[in-house]
Design a protein around this ligand. Structure first.
Ligand SMILES: [Zn+2]
Length: 146
């Protein structure tokens, strides 16, 4: 069987999809299909296709979901850390450098994990855009008549 057919079979086999825990794939930043190959090209760019199993990752769109979680969670942690460090009596420059370094490293680290988790959850739950069927249109028209 040629590689293209194997990849097609892997992508369309419902037993294969979902065999990897989306949380494990997210924590390890790996492919949501095979759970082994890395998900990213570089720091935060999702690959178009998995290099291990050939799974098509081009349709991935995690949107701004991961960024919102990072802003909320890391903002809270940074504020608490800032208050703690300020109460230790550190100079303002040391405090500023420590918090900026913490935010830069922490946000990239958290973005990688949360974005990979959201991508894996999309594939695990087969999420996609909504569709309009004839039944829904007919039901909406009947509701508007009442
Ligand atoms: Zn893979």
């Amino acid at each position: 069987m040629p590689n293209a057919e194997i990849n097609k079979t892997l992508e369309t086999d419902p037993g294969q999809l979902g065999s990897v825990s989306p949380y494990k794939a997210g924590l390890t930043c790996s492919c949501p299909n095979c759970g082994k190959s890395p998900l990213y090209n570089g720091l935060l760019e999702v690959k178009d296709r998995c290099t291990g199993c050939g799974f098509d990752l081009a349709a991935v769109d995690a949107g701004d979901g991961a960024q919102i979680f990072v802003i909320m969670i890391l903002g809270t942690i940074t504020t608490l850390l800032g208050v703690f460090l300020y109460n230790l009596g550190l100079s303002k420059w040391v405090l500023l450098l420590a918090l900026i370094s913490f935010v830069i490293v922490g946000s990239v680290w958290m973005l990688r994990i949360l974005k990979a988790t959201l991508v894996a959850l999309q594939f695990y739950h087969d999420a996609g855009l909504g569709t309009v069927s004839e039944d829904n249109v007919e039901a909406a028209n009947n509701d508007s008549d009442v």
